[in-house]
Design a protein around this ligand. Sequence first.
Ligand code: BDR
Ligand code: CA
Length: 383
Amino acid sequence: KIPVIIDTDPGVDDVLAILLALASPELEILAYVVSFGNTDVNAVCENIYRLYQAVGHQIASCPEDKARFPNYAPDVPPILALGPSGPLQGNRHLARYFHGRDGLGNVSESHPDLNVSFEDKYDAFRANFTTTSKSAVQVVLELLQSREERSITYIALGPLTGLALLMRQHREVVRKRIGKVVIMGGALDVPGNATPVAEFNIFADAYAAKELLCPDSPADGLPLERVILLPLDITNLHEIPFPFYVERVDSTFESTRKPSIASNKQPLIHFSSAVFERTREVMITFGKDALELHDIAAVWCALEHPPDPADTEDDLPCMSPGWVAVRRKFDIERAGEFTAGMLIVDRRIRAQPEQHPHTVDPMDSNLLSAQAEIDDLETPDSD
Ligand code: BDR
Ligand code: CA
């Protein structure tokens, strides 16, 4: 199993990414480190409870679904640690315009049944998570020290503040012991989403991203040969068209599966449909009737590319067929009047030094075949 630490700010796509992690037998979820980002840090933490509550209800109403979530309720539950509430420097920017005030499309108001009561929270916490009074930095440090060197994958799905704080305090341990770092963030050759030129996770703490990915001296940042960055260039292309989702939900209700006792719907479908209500409206105003699977792509990448202790510093990460890692040279704008959080990509043709993060090439053939499958599903057979 690949031991993973998930640094996250749920977040609509974050909860789906966590669902994928819960459903992936290849992973062992050691810890969630929650960060400000899509909304404030306490609200994103609440959303992890909401998700776990929905998965718990799903399994209670359809016990056979326990097998679909092998990482739900393991013998040793993941640690849940509260991370940073704001960036290293500069103003705090949240993505409530997209994810809603509560980070999940305002379900706290539209679907109060998805809220977690104080008693449930207490029980859920004790049952689903390992409690700790330690800081997020301390939790991650101890995990890195307790596991085999270079065995842990760190999956970063939100602003990079927590990882930057860890690096500032324990640089040598991180550089020596971390396995892979998979980061959803940045926009290389496509427009941004938080601003015309910046992707949200980098925009929310450009100082942290700069320290980690484009340090003044290579020895100060992350071990870039073990970093995989998934920018909007590739994550924008992975999406669930909402009409496709609705069609699948309708066909599920027509199937023989038992509906949930609580809501006359399967709890997880109820949860996702509630979260998607406002999200779909917002996406339509952006001109797209689909949900982009940014953070899910990062969990998928972590599954595809486990750390390999045999990797040498010079190796490219071992890519499975169809995935191409290319090193791109870029710097990160921190305080530009219009360009904060922008990746300034060096596209000049000259020898590219090696110390740059790998990014996943969007012309990836897996992606193209996945898109072809979706196209097939959408195109009715013609005789
Ligand atoms: C990223 O920003 C957040 O809003 C999403 O959760 C994702 O991590 C996409 O730019
Ligand atoms: Ca996120």
